[in-house]
Design a protein around this ligand. Structure first.
Ligand code: UDP
Length: 309
């Protein structure tokens, strides 16, 4: 998502400084930007304070692994990224007088008992499960953002991002779309966790970024969290069938155990984003899967024949 955001901001004429410690981000995703005169890349970990001599007027804090297997690999570090990363970026925004947007998550709603989830819903989150480092880290980051706003007047925006997919995801990312597509195009079994009746609402990356930039630039929405996602809700089993069909794959569908605390349903109520930003996603699942599958074919099959993805 970060590399797509860089593309958009450069297209809009901005000067962009991209920070990444490359824990899950990949340099190849910004290779086409690296010689651009208005783009610079700094390999930096947000758990360390960042200093910059020039002016800054916008900060997007997208830093954190977002795929369950990735953020669970080192949960203490994930929590540090959420909390210290938010703290360091807020301190930077405060010093520079910059507006700052936090990439929060639908995970703040945990395993919700209402659907769709509006922003007022407070969520059902386990403090001591395998997802807690991410869920509670992101919840605490929202609190920190809000408290900076209250005590320092920091100009904050909070985007609660629901499941998003698209080109440039790492083939080994581990999330539902990247797993199903790489499995289907490689002729491997498609792995549904549990019975596949759990639901997710999948937003194409271009739609999500349009919402995120609109939120950043909104002068009226203020510090309230805003859901960004596509309300088209699918069971995981349906996603598997659609991916297999579009890929023209023969892959068998197999079942693996449902991970602990895997939410049973997730669907954004995007009324607030519609009213305050005039935003709604435009790309239907099948339309968004086409370029995503093309990208994964190049990435996965390119690697298999030793090419560069
Ligand atoms: N999932 C699955 N097979 C996979 C990867 C994910 O059935 O190979 C399921 C997972 O259990 C969850 C949903 O797909 O119910 C979305 O998982 P993902 O990791 O993409 O994101 P989450 O919304 O859980 O953070």
């Amino acid at each position: 998502m970060g590399s797509h955001l860089c593309d958009r901001l450069i297209e809009q004429g901005h000067q962009v400084i991209c920070l990444d410690n490359l824990q899950t981000g990949r340099r190849r995703n910004i290779a086409h930007l690296e010689r651009h005169p208005r783009f610079s890349f700094v390999e930096h970990d947000v758990i360390v304070p960042f200093s910059h001599s020039g002016p800054l007027d916008r900060i997007y804090n997208l830093a954190c692994p977002a795929s369950p297997p990735k953020y669970q690999r080192d949960p203490i570090n994930t929590f540090q990224i959420c909390i210290l990363g938010a703290f360091n970026m807020l301190a930077l925004a405060d010093r520079k007088g910059a507006r700052i947007l936090q990439a929060s998550t639908s995970e703040v709603y945990g395993d919700p008992d209402i659907s769709p989830q509006p922003e007022e819903y407070r969520g059902v989150v386990n403090t001591v499960g395998p997802r807690s480092c991410y869920d509670e880290g992101k919840r605490a980051a929202e609190t920190l953002f809000h408290d900076y706003h209250l005590t320092h007047g920091t100009d904050i925006r909070i985007a609660r991002i629901f499941n998003t997919y698209g080109p440039r995801m790492a083939p080994d990312d581990g999330r539902v779309v990247s797993n199903f597509v790489t499995q289907a195009i490689s002729g491997l079994p498609i792995t549904i966790y549990g019975d596949g009746m759990q639901t997710r609402s999948l937003c194409y990356v271009d739609d999500l970024l349009a919402g995120m930039i609109a939120l950043m630039e909104s002068e009226t929405v203020g510090p309230r969290p805003v859901n960004l996602g596509n309300p088209g809700e699918y069971t995981v089993a349906a996603i598997a069938r659609i991916v297999r069909e579009i890929c023209g794959a023969q892959s068998p569908i197999i079942h693996k155990p449902l991970p602990i605390d895997d939410p049973l349903q997730r669907c954004p109520d995007i009324t607030r984003a519609g009213v305050t930003l005039g935003w709604a996603p435009k790309v239907a699942l099948r339309a968004g899967l086409l370029p995503t599958i093309t990208y994964f074919r190049d990435a996965v099959l390119g690697q298999e024949i030793g090419g560069v993805a």
